[in-house]
Write a protein that binds this ligand. Structure first.
Ligand code: WTA
Length: 635
């Protein structure tokens, strides 16, 4: 029996039992047999969820790029590592072999070193989905620098906040990005961000759009001439298992985004292991995850997990609707994709279009389909299963988080029978529990509670960068000795888990996590706004959309209201990014508040959901009369 590659259900149960009975020997065996270490660990696991402190493979030394690149050179040197598919189908796709990747990463790493980047320094990466994005992550890892990728859809303000929080010395960006018919001036956004980010000493710029951009003397450099001169050999930094690999920001319930810190060895072992099993990856497969590397899904399942397995991983620069709604299916046919991993929001958007877009293409190469990022509704699941998987490719509904580093709950294809809307069973090493509000474990079936994990796994984030107390408070204080996910969940009769959605103030819009607090903060900066509250409401394609209740300082004519509506969304786009714009804005004279002054979001959520009958007890409110006004004007 192999611990590393599970092939049928009985084997899953055996491996799972072993992973729970003796987690340390379970992970030790995997770490030993499937990775290259420069020095062995002294101890497999040290943990204390109270502090909290978690250490895996302490004392071990390694470099993750040796595991993702160098070690494949003897057997897979000519194999494609990264297959780049550009935004415009008329532009040629690029196949980067493992050997070419080795040389490109080394050159890039040498340039970083020449520019003064040292082990432990933070480098902010703000790039579109072009090969240099993956290469820059690996180049940082090669020399022990900590990458902090910021999704290239974030605004200058959001970028600046992340640069300052991580204290990044350098930004890597491009002259622009292509997405569909749109060209975005990324360098201009970086220039704006840097006005408020004095910690950045240099900016390296990749040429992509050939736009005419401003280059600041003494700060900005085109990277290509530097790469051309750089050596193709780069001595890797030998790193400790628990050294930081990257920071990645995720939204929280309160103001500042949380810089989740992942460390090297545990993250590597876990992403590689889950990639192999959840996608049943085989040597000649061509794996495509449509996420952006700006999110955790791209970090773990475009870059590190696939490359650690010596896989071919696809990077797509564009969007599903350009030049038409057949683009995804065309790419699957063109590159004979074997595993296709995407978000429910994309499936819902494509399911709305004419079926001919799908039927036009040969999708017979597909073996496994996956989804991630939000609950998948039954209708979308069936559409995906019938029209893309043709009813014979299992769908893996993978539940996980930026904080978890890798997939925690998911079917193992061809082993676990799937069930629509259920993420099914915990992967080996994962010990979920469902808790009620009072801190008691729920053991009954079909009772909705809060999802926690009671034992560490190798890829759990180790801290929030610069704020360990917030890490403790957010994840380890709600339930004693348990990691609290922030998600609701229930279990069915056979032990399958169904994720029912966020139970905190994070709203998932089109698969993107958005905290309500930063959006409210942005809106409140509008001079006419006194106060605001944001809640989510169901949306056909986005899953959730945002509904804003806004109190104006002075009520005016409706024409003025229209202008304020537009300006509110402009402010949100400037402070966070267009993804956080509101779908509905209702002006109101007040917001329902408790006697201690807290906004009762529960009531607003119900109103936004058109559920006016079960508002619960409103008599304890400070201002119960406002509820009727809000109902009367609900949009
Ligand atoms: C949600 C993305 C239901 C969940 C990898 C989680 C899901 C948040 C699923 C994390 C799924 C992710 N079913 N909900 N299969 N996958 N989620 O950090 O609410 O961007 O807490 O990580 O997405 O989002 P994040």
């Amino acid at each position: 029996m192999s611990n590393y590659h599970i092939k049928h259900l009985e084997e899953y149960f055996q491996v799972y039992r072993k992973s729970v009975r003796n987690p340390e020997s379970f992970w030790e065996e995997i770490a030993e047999e499937h990775f290259v270490w420069r020095k062995r660990w002294n101890k497999v696991l040290e943990w204390d969820f109270k502090k909290p402190e978690i250490k895996w493979f302490e004392g071990a030394q390694l470099n993750i790029t040796e595991n993702c690149i160098d070690r494949h050179l003897s057997t897979r040197s000519h194999k494609t590592a990264i297959l780049f598919e550009p935004n415009n189908p008329k532009e040629k796709s690029q196949k980067i072999t493992y050997f070419q990747l080795y040389e490109r990463v080394n050159q890039f790493a040498n340039v970083l070193r020449e520019q003064g980047i040292q082990k432990g320094d933070r480098v902010c990466i703000y790039l579109p989905m072009i090969p240099e994005l993956a290469v820059s992550l690996l180049a940082c890892a090669r020399i022990g620098a900590v990458h902090s990728v910021v999704f290239a859809g974030f605004s200058a303000t959001a970028l600046s906040i992340r640069i300052n929080d991580s204290d990044s010395k350098m930004v890597i960006t491009s002259d622009g990005s292509f997405r569909g018919e749109k060209t975005t001036d990324l360098k201009g956004i970086v220039d704006d961000a840097l006005e408020k980010s004095p910690c950045v000493k240099s900016v390296l710029v990749v040429k992509r759009t050939n736009s005419n951009i401003f280059m600041k003397e003494g700060r900005d450099l085109w990277i290509q001439p530097l790469l051309d001169k750089a050596s193709k050999i780069c001595q890797m930094e030998i790193m400790d298992a628990e050294d930081p690999l990257f920071i990645l920001y995720t939204s929280g319930s309160t103001g500042m985004p949380k810089g989740m810190l992942h460390t090297i060895a545990g993250y590597m072992v876990y992403t590689a292991y889950t990639f192999k099993n959840v996608f049943q990856y085989r040597e000649d497969d061509v794996f495509w995850c449509t996420a952006d590397i700006g999110w955790i899904t791209g970090h773990s399942y475009i870059v590190y997990g696939p490359l650690a397995n010596g896989a071919t991983t696809v990077m797509f620069e564009g969007i599903p609707s350009y030049p038409d709604f057949g683009r995804f299916w065309e790419i699957i046919e063109k590159h004979k994709i074997t595993q296709f991993y995407t978000a429910p929001t994309a499936i819902r958007a494509l399911a709305k279009e004419n079926l001919e877009y799908v039927e036009k293409y040969d999708l017979s190469s597909i073996k496994v389909l996956g989804t991630v990022g939000e609950p998948i509704n039954e209708e979308a699941w069936h559409w995906y299963n019938n029209n893309v998987g043709k009813k014979h490719s299992p769908i893996v509904d993978t539940w996980w988080q930026t904080e978890t580093g890798g997939i925690l709950i998911s079917p193992i294809p061809f082993a676990t029978p799937t069930k629509p809307t259920y993420a099914t069973l915990p992967l080996p090493g994962i010990q979920p529990v469902i808790m009620d509000k009072n801190g008691k474990e729920i053991t009954e079936n079909q009772v909705d509670g809060r999802l926690c994990i009671k034992f560490p796994w190798p890829a759990i984030a180790r801290t929030i960068w610069g704020n360990h107390e917030r890490y403790r408070e957010t994840y380890f204080s709600t339930y004693k000795k348990k990691y609290f996910t922030g998600d609701g969940a229930l279990r069915d009769e056979v032990g399958y888990y169904r994720i029912t959605g966020r139970v905190d103030d994070v709203i998932i819009v089109s698969g993107h996590n958005l905290g309500t607090a930063p959006i409210e903060d942005a809106i409140n900066q509008h001079p006419a706004v006194a106060e605001s509250a944001i809640v989510g409401f169901p949306h056909d394609i986005k899953g959730n959309a945002l509904y804003g209740f806004v109190i104006l300082k002075e009520t005016g004519e409706s024409r003025v209201h229209e202008n304020v509506r537009i300006e509110i969304n402009q402010i949100i786009a400037e402070h966070i990014g267009p993804i956080a714009k509101l779908d509905k804005i209702q002006f109101t004279s007040g917001l329902p508040k408790t006697r201690s002054g807290k906004i009762m979001r529960r009531i607003l959520r119900k109103i936004a959901n058109n559920d006016f009958n079960n508002l619960g007890d409103t008599t304890t409110l400070l201002n119960p009369e406002v509820v009727q006004e809000i109902i009367d004007n609900a949009l």
